[in-house]
Design a protein around this ligand. Structure first.
Ligand SMILES: [Zn+2]
Length: 243
């Protein structure tokens, strides 16, 4: 196991681009660079050098910086096949593939639904998973290219990991998700306590991520749904929920 430093680069309205750094090898990977400039600036401010780009799905707010980062740094782009729609990909990965970055190894999971080819990078030994727009703190991604059954299965797969696994998501949606969660489960004390905590964090402009598998099991109504039909009902309620 290597000690990796993981830092968010907040970009656009509410995206997080993640930097993963290994001080021993000096390698730095970035996950889902929406844009290039702020990511390159953050890397430079740290005195690091980018070595890889990882994408979880093709959406432009996750891949928009690929080309400029690749030409500025020569970093190879590792991505699901669907990302080739918008960007050159150096290595296409899918379920069961292993990716070595920053002296560590990530296992690739296929988790389709938000997009048809969405993947996650699970760093088992480092206790962390990058889930893109599939799971959010207290919420989950919209179903643009898949079904409620698929998304429910993805969430259950992530929730079955050990409780202390850290989950890195693609957006700061936690406050809106927490308000929906409190509405969906008004008697869940863990949700109400987390809503208060998240309100305080956001009031001071702090990042609410990463979350953990244990926290999501307690406070994420989409994870807590007992079957995909219940999940589907929550997902459509959330689509029209105004907090
Ligand atoms: Zn997306």
């Amino acid at each position: 196991m290597v000690m990796l430093e993981v830092v968010p680069v907040p970009v656009l309205t509410d995206n997080y681009v993640w930097l993963i750094h290994d001080s021993k090898s000096g390698e730095t990977a970035t996950v889902d660079p929406s844009v290039a400039e702020p990511v390159l600036a953050a890397v430079e401010a740290k005195g690091w050098q980018l070595s890889e780009v990882l994408n979880t799905h093709w959406h432009p707010d996750h891949t928009g910086g690929n080309a400029a980062i690749q030409s500025a740094t020569g970093s190879p782009i590792i991505a699901p096949a669907e990302a080739e729609r918008v960007s050159k990909v150096d290595r296409v990965v899918a379920e069961g593939d292993r990716v070595r970055v920053c002296g560590a190894e990530a296992l690739v999971w296929d988790i389709p639904a938000h997009t048809a080819g969405h993947i996650a990078y699970y760093f088992e030994n480092e206790g962390m998973i990058f889930v893109g727009d599939t799971m959010f703190a207290m919420g989950c991604g919209r179903l643009f290219e898949g079904t409620a059954q698929q998304m429910y299965a993805n969430l259950q797969r992530i929730a079955a990991l050990p409780g202390d696994i850290r989950i890195y998501c693609g957006h700061e949606y936690t406050l809106a998700n927490a308000r929906f969660a409190a509405d969906a489960e008004p008697n869940n004390a863990a949700i109400l306590a987390r809503l208060k905590k998240v309100e305080a964090l956001r009031a001071s402009g702090d990042v609410t991520l990463p979350t953990t598998v244990a926290e999501e099991r307690e406070t994420n109504p989409f994870v807590r749904a007992t079957n995909w039909e219940e999940f589907a009902r929550l997902r459509s309620e959330k689509d029209s929920f105004r907090s």
